[in-house]
Design a protein around this ligand. Structure first.
Ligand SMILES: [Zn+2]
Length: 97
């Protein structure tokens, strides 16, 4: 038998740190272009997120502001959470929900 002490200190700290600044600055995401190797920050409105039935068909896309290439990258769970939380328009490719 082992006793484990859990505390909610960390959760409270995060909540208070981000609670008051939610709508102050526009949400931007760092992105990179595999074509021209440019690195830049894009607003949430520049991204499209497509959620498929599996992680293999879940991806996000954007247009490179430097060379104009259409970039598509796979989106893992954390990326999906980040993008949807940031207001990126989401397209659901499956209709099971
Ligand atoms: Zn580019």
């Amino acid at each position: 038998m082992s006793e484990s002490a859990t505390s909610g200190v960390r959760e409270m700290t995060v909540a208070s740190a981000f609670g008051g600044m939610r709508s102050v600055s526009p949400v931007v995401f760092k992105a990179g272009c595999p074509d021209c190797r440019g690195r830049f920050e894009l607003a949430a409105s520049a991204f499209r997120l497509a959620i498929g039935a599996t992680s293999r068909t879940t991806f996000y896309s954007f247009t490179c502001p430097e060379c104009g290439a259409s970039v598509r990258k796979p989106a893992g769970e954390r990326i999906v959470e980040l993008l949807t939380g940031g207001g990126v328009s989401t397209l659901r490719l499956h209709s099971t929900l």
